[in-house]
Write a protein that binds this ligand. Sequence first.
Ligand SMILES: NCCCC(=O)O
Length: 669
Amino acid sequence: MTSWVLNDDDFKRCFLGSCLFVFTSQCNRGPAIDRSYRQLGSRETMIMFLGPQCSAVAHPLCEALRNWNITFVTPLAVSDGLSNRAIYPRLFRLSTSDISMVPARIALMAEFGWTKVSLLRQNDNELFSSVNDVKMDDLMLPRGWTVITYEVFGNEPWKNIQSLQRNDVRVIMAGAYPLPALALVCEAYRLGYYGPRIVWFFPSWYDVLWADSAPQFSNCTRDEILTAINHSIYVGQMMYNPSQEIGISGRTAESFDETFLEYTNGTWPIGSSFRLLTYDSTWHAALALNRTLTKLIEKGSPKRLEDFRYSDIEMADLISTSVSEVAFKGISGKIQFDETGSTHPLVVIQQQLGHKRKTIAYYKLETEEMTWVNGGAEWPDDTVPLDSSQLVFEQTFVSTGLYVTMSTLAGLGIIQAFGFFVFNTVYRSLRIIKMSSPNINNLVIAGSILCYTTVLFADVKGSVIPLTALCCVLQIRLCTFTIGFSLAFGALFAKTWRVHAILTSRKRMKRNMVRDLSLFMMVAALVLIDVSVIVTWQTMDFYSVVHLNATEPVRFPESDIVLLSQIHKCESEFNLYFTATLYLVQGLVIVFGAFLAWETRKVKLDALNDSKLIGFSIYNVVTLSMLGVIIGATVDNDLNMSYGSLSALQLIGTAATLNIVFMPKVRIL
Ligand SMILES: NCCCC(=O)O
């Protein structure tokens, strides 16, 4: 390209015929360095180097040639490291550091509502060093945005694509030369990682037709690459002055392109995206050499440009200073270097739309201002892609059908319990009822009703229970079941204890020493213990709602939604200890009750002795409680299974106890 520029007639008129070394290295370090050293070893001294336009070459070469006092003027070479004047004192580029594109990328993310990206860069080049990642981090982290993965790719880009797929990455900022990028995108295509939900960011200095090289440099066709990069975004410096201003060369960008296309037979060869910058950089070199010559003449120096020698620091300084001082209106825009030897161009944002690349915005680095043009970005279905799947939480409730069934059964149980209460009250004067302690039996009924009531409190679908009140429901269940159990089983226990006391009083005590009041007190004491444990628990160690994933996330391939079913549970820090205390109290009553039932098993007076019934009840309670603990532990996260099975156990246990205690009496009557 530069060779063509040098052949341009207008250019020749302005240029003084000085010795320039022109790079045609196509970003290959080795050949570039080899050619440079051959040139330096020749008899012809080079006053200035035009290029290298690739950072990959600029880094090693300019560093190696630092002591040769050669001034480099290059159109591109955008690596941030090249701004370091200590290492590259005589390097001037008509471009800005790639790192200065980061604010533009951030502004685009903000515009499109993206807060999660992956940064992916080529492994073997300083241009795509972690400096960009650090700058991205600096601007993203304070905003609370996330870099999902930092990918570095080499010969196995499929691994990086799989990582992007695994991490559900939607927006990828790629830093790579076009040829490795083709291999990367080709892998993405092969692995099905493309479509309306995937957006790539590439540097805008990629040639517009970069996908055309696909068959040569990847296993994909041009169309496959274009499919994979459709809607991609390109960010980079503006290399085209859209205004029809005539620059120093007497050309506009448009008229230049006409001539250029004549020269290339209407094609856009590789590297043509920086044709205007190349033209302007050559002009810059020429103007700087002119300026140097003028200065030499003005100073009265006998030296001329061709007298330059690599050891002549004074003249090298003069050349470098002249390069830094030259400012002019080029066909790519206004050219003026800053103290780092870079320019401050406008940033252009483009979008790949099929085989075309559309300019969608400009971004001013100084003012951080974005100007949208040509209708801005276009997205499939007019919807900006999301930066990640939308996690939709679905609260799992107890199913209405299950709740209604269980509640109906509980209701029937409560009705039956009331029936037993009526029976107990109506026939209280009959001997069989009287001797079975009807008052205490009423406690069994009351306890059973409370146990049945427990089933009615559930986190049921369509219920009006807000999440904040969920733990109140659990507290009510805790109270109704614990107190209900203590009332019912405590009353049975108390009765058995009385039989045991009577049995033993025949020898040592008076028969009527154990009145109902004592039994009430006994049950009340048990209930009081429960209440104290519950009150201590709920005042010292509050329940709070925890969200538990009930299932693995369910992905819907055709949408961005990932459904996560959650159950809400109430837990407290010392949950385990308080539950264990309650179990211990109930367990002691059960064990002691079992002992008393065993002791009084020989009492033949059925109306007086409930020991067989207690034995049955204990058997019931122990079996059902064990089942309850096992079910509770195994189906903890399946709300319906957990509610259904525990409610069934409560219903069966309560109904069995009530029927065991009352049915024989009802039958006798
Ligand atoms: N061919 C130009 C790419 C940019 C760079 O290497 O700095």
